[in-house]
Design a binder for this molecule. Structure first.
Ligand code: ADP
Length: 476
């Protein structure tokens, strides 16, 4: 009974039973009431008919009733359970069936009483009589007393009919209850089966099996949502697990080279193969710095990718950010012979975390500068769209092949595999950039053509500029 299926069957059966019992009682009550009204009306019609028959037996000449006629009427009335007693005014005639057929009257009464009690054990009934005036030409000439079992009674045939009806109601009730239980079992199975499957799948997932997928289809919206959520949860956990494995492998791979270098340098110096010169110690220091950078970047990425990272944003002018980046890169672009240009309106309002957005722009611009040959341009464009801001970093560099383009935002992904950690990036810069932009509620993607150049397009939400009390710049 503690299972969903058990509870559903039990409650379904209980409700059905309740409905059937209430319906049974109502039907039974209206049948009984109907028969009671019918019996009372019929008896009153029978008495009316007896009175009219008795009136026909009156002889105007003698002012008396024909006794033979009265006997016939009285015997017939007895068959219908009515005990007739006729008296003339001066009691010249005093004909009473109970004097003529006392025993039959008694048997009749006892039989009716037994009948009524067999149907209604608590029936409150007994002998009753009513007296009526007998008139001739509107003059009272006598009295008729009709005795009967009251307040009402049913004859043998009526009794058989009511008992049959009651039996049919009970049989119908039992049949309906059985149908309801069978239907309840079917419904409970229909409802419970997908939930049981979902529970089993959730247990497997809890046990670490993320390959589970529930195939069950159901038309019930809530259950379908539950199944979808469990399937999505399994997929998400599987993805996380794979990412975790991949990350461990990538980190191990990235750390191995500087660690190996450090180890061999140290061993050579310990074994006195190498003198611990300043130059060699500096080389070790570079490796250590490199290791620190890898760990710092990974930590940054981990923080940004955890779902509840909150980025504090504020309103500022993008031109200020661009100017500060330009100053940082001034020497590099000069020495490489590249032009860094900004197509930025004034003012260029933006709602973001300034240091984090700077980190993104520095990543993109330094990549652009790195891949752009001498004499070419790197352009930063700001454009306000209908409900977002678009920032583009375009270069005229080597470009990225279409099959590589979809991977560049993956951590540790480098298009040029030969580009070692010594020559710069370790393939985390774009992952961090993407994580920062997404933490702002924005998006980033790249468009590129081999040998023509690459454009990175960032889209940031417009923010609440229109209502913000701190609007620092006119929106033009
Ligand atoms: P890295 O630290 O190696 O630069 P990133 O995550 O910043 O790593 O970039 C991933 C890879 O994407 C780079 O190794 C490079 O191959 C490619 N890439 C990024 N920006 C550009 C660009 N502007 N032009 C060509 N290739 C690029």
């Amino acid at each position: 009974m503690n299972t969903l299926k058990g509870r559903m069957i039990a409650s379904y059966s209980l409700i059905s039973l309740l409905i059937i019992v209430i319906l049974g009682i109502l039907i039974n009550f209206s049948v009984d009431k109907g028969f009671e009204n019918y019996a009372i009306t019929q008896r009153s019609q029978q008495i009316d008919s007896i009175i009219s028959q008795v009136n026909q037996q009156f002889d105007e000449g003698t002012d008396l009733y024909n006794v033979d006629g009265l006997e016939m009427i009285g015997n017939a009335a007895l068959q219908n359970g009515i005990f007739m007693h006729v008296q003339t005014l001066k009691k010249e005639i005093d004909w009473d069936i109970q004097q003529h057929k006392a025993q039959e009257c008694m048997i009749q009464l006892q039989h009716t009483d037994k009948n009524m009690h067999s149907l209604y054990p608590n029936f409150q009934g007994g002998y009753t009589e009513d007296t009526y005036d007998l008139k001739y030409n509107d003059k009272v000439v006598g009295y008729l007393t009709a005795g009967y079992y009251g307040p009402y009674s049913l004859n043998d045939n009526e009794l058989i009919l009511i008992k049959g009806l009651n039996r049919s109601i009970i049989i119908l009730g039992v049949v309906f209850l059985l149908i309801a239980i069978i239907f309840g079992i079917f419904m409970a199975r229909h409802v419970a089966a997908p939930i049981v499957k979902a529970t089993k799948a959730a247990q497997k997932i809890a046990g670490g099996d993320f390959e589970v997928q529930i195939q069950e289809t159901t038309s019930m919206r809530e259950t379908a949502r539950l199944i979808n959520s469990i399937n999505e949860m399994a997929e998400e956990l599987k993805r996380n697990e794979q990412q975790k494995k991949q990350l461990s492998a990538d980190v191990a791979h990235e750390l191995r080279t500087p660690l190996n270098n450090l180890q061999s340098h140290m061993e050579a110096m310990i074994d006195k193969i190498w003198e611990p010169s300043t130059e060699r110690l500096q080389s070790c220091h570079v490796e250590i710095m490199r290791l620190t950078q890898i760990v710092t970047q990974l930590q940054d990425l981990y923080t940004l990718e955890s779902k509840n990272t909150h980025i504090e944003s504020d309103y500022f002018d993008f031109i200020d950010l661009y100017k500060s980046i330009f100053t940082d890169f001034e020497m590099t672009i000069k020495s490489k012979g590249i032009r860094l240009m900004g197509q930025i309106p004034s003012p260029a309002p933006i709602y973001a975390n300034m240091p984090r957005l700077k980190q993104c722009m520095v990543n993109l611009i330094s990549n652009a500068i790195h891949y752009t040959p001498e004499g070419k341009n790197v352009t930063v464009i700001y454009e306000k769209q209908e409900n977002h801001i678009e920032l583009r970093v375009c270069d005229e560099g080597s470009g990225i092949a279409a099959e590589e383009l979809s991977h560049i935002f993956e951590r540790f992904y480098r298009v040029d595999k030969s580009r070692s950690y010594m020559t710069g990036g370790m393939g985390v810069g774009l992952s961090i950039t993407k994580a920062i932009i997404e933490a702002h509620g924005g998006t980033i993607y790249a468009e590129s053509q081999k040998e023509t150049g690459t454009t990175f397009i960032i889209s940031l939400p417009w923010g609440d500029f229109d209502n913000h009390h701190k609007i620092p710049i006119s929106l033009g």
